[in-house]
Design a protein. Sequence first.
Length: 180
Amino acid sequence: MGSPRLVSAETVYRGRLFDVELATIELEGGVTALRETIRHPGAVCMVPVLDDGSLLLVRQYRHAAGRRLLELPAGTLERDEAPEAAVARELQEEVGYVPGRVERLGGFFVAPGYTSEYIHLFACSGLRESRLAGDEDEDIELERMTLGEALAAVERGEICDAKSIIGVLRWARIVESMNR
């Protein structure tokens, strides 16, 4: 089965963080279909690990969710920015640390049915205090948790966004394999 043929694509909305594209595609058999896609530049998500093994998380208001969420720190890539550069910048803006070591943990598409957003996941250790000014519209509270506490927060549904769940579970698997 081949890929559908792109007949046309038009950006119908340009926003600060993403654009919305309306595309017409032709499927096998000549059937045409419309696809709405949020075009996003991608993002990074960090698992900041302190020297004692505890994790740094952030609690912030998320308008789409209608409440404050407990999350791993993350941020949107700037135009032509390498994910590793975004990690250092975002970690300093959101939690006030710069990583001494950055380890790639993979990545994932957020919801490929309607958005191109891909999140690059990293573990950050060897943290040193270093703060960059954050975005003026960010309202972030820093929280420190052991890995066990973070896993329990996932189980209770207190950590409930996909990137944070994936990051905490991925980090737990790495720690588990190191302790064997």
